[in-house]
Ligand binder design. Structure first.
Ligand code: B12
Length: 146
């Protein structure tokens, strides 16, 4: 069965390139993708996750304010009744910090996986396949669209 992914750039962040690349890569890999674009509020993510019965919600942030923008995000999603996986990625902190510390911070905020700005779309796709238990051949089959 095709898995549904909601993705967007959270807060006031307007960096659009990474999320656009992710959208195309995920679609090509056979996911049903709903890209909310840039400057997406927490409420818009939650609404889209429920509307599309998302299997995963991917949050992107580049401009350094991810911690503030993502505060309470996973709780809000859960309280609304979504059991979607949550991934967050991009340039999540200000400046050159220790990424392992950043990963710990966002894991403690409830995100299932945390990705840095060196992440290739294929890394996210592999993680989704693992976490959503999609076998490679199945997803390649569903990736073929007419
Ligand atoms: C282009 C750019 C801009 C453009 C954006 C144009 C647009 N509409 O997209 C403009 C000029 C508008 C801009 C503005 C700003 N920018 Co800017 N920008 C960049 C720049 C040069 C490239 C970003 C980019 O497109 N990369 C290419 C894409 C393919 O890579 P990516 O975005 O990293 O995404 C990949 C991965 O990160 C990952 N990924 C991303 N999100 C997610 C999510 C998940 C779940 C997963 C799995 C993976 C993932 O996968 C993507 C694909 O491989 C970066 C520096 C850099 N080299 O990264 C700075 C940078 C991101 N910007 C920065 C800043 C500070 C700003 C401003 C705040 C500057 C200012 N004072 O005005 C504003 C913010 C405006 C706003 N409201 O968002 C900083 C952020 C610093 C920080 N976090 O500490 C950076 C890092 C520059 C720097 N070194 O200081 N910016």
């Amino acid at each position: 069965m095709t898995k549904t992914v909601v993705l967007g750039v959270i807060g006031s962040d307007a960096h659009v390139v990474g999320i656009t690349i992710l959208e195309h890569a995920l679609s090509a890999a056979g996911f049903d993708v709903h890209n909310l674009g840039v400057q997406t509020t927490q409420a818009e993510f939650v609404e889209a996750a429920l509307d599309h019965d998302a299997d995963a919600v991917l949050v992107s942030s580049l401009y350094g304010h991810a911690k503030q923008d993502c505060q309470g995000f996973t709780e809000r999603l859960e309280e609304a009744g979504s059991d979607a996986l949550t991934y967050v990625g991009g340039n999540l902190a200000v400046g050159q910090d220790d990424f392992e510390q950043t990963r710990t911070t966002f894991r403690e905020m409830g995100f299932d996986r945390v990705f840095d700005s060196e992440t290739n779309p294929e890394d996210a796709i592999e993680a989704l396949r693992r976490d959503l238990r999609i076998s490679q051949s199945k997803s390649e089959e569903t990736g073929v669209r007419s």
